[in-house]
Design a protein. Sequence first.
Length: 204
Amino acid sequence: MISQGKCGALSDDDCTTLRSEGVVLRAAGDGTVVDSNTISNVQSGIFLNGANNARITNNVISNVEALDGITIQGSASGFFTNSLIAGNTISHVGPIDDNASANEEDCGINEYSGTGVAQNIITGNTVNDAYCGVAAVTADLVESGHYSSTLYNVLNSDNYPDVFPPAAEPGQTTAATSQPLASRGALLAVQGSGRLRSIAAGRR
């Protein structure tokens, strides 16, 4: 079991700068496996920055503050490709407030747009109590997942280059509180390049 520390009295920005991560991969070797870890009380449960053919599977991540359960970037090596993120269980990711939208954080799984992330499969993950279940780039395949108490189930990261949608329930004009929220992320399945991708129907 890996347990670090929460933000405490630190601001969200300061906590992000001084963040703790359960597992970190930077420019990892081909075929790296991160499997069956239990991680809690962190700013990012698993931080992935550059890999090919990685397998991130069956991890249990909880009590994540400021970043994401699993954060995915390709900038360290120029790519994060051909990898599988599957069977992970992620809960209590927050706070669900304006920072989640402005900083594009607080999702169960979050892929950063424009960092070389492509051709990965995200499937069979469970996310409970988070701003969003999965934020994925267009070039990746998001299959079945289980999402509860999330404002948005699945977002397309490429559609939000600067900020995510508001951290607010329908009808609210200000951010929701950081308490668990009922899931309202409607999924829209679209066919593209022969692959089925799931993206969140944007709130209006």
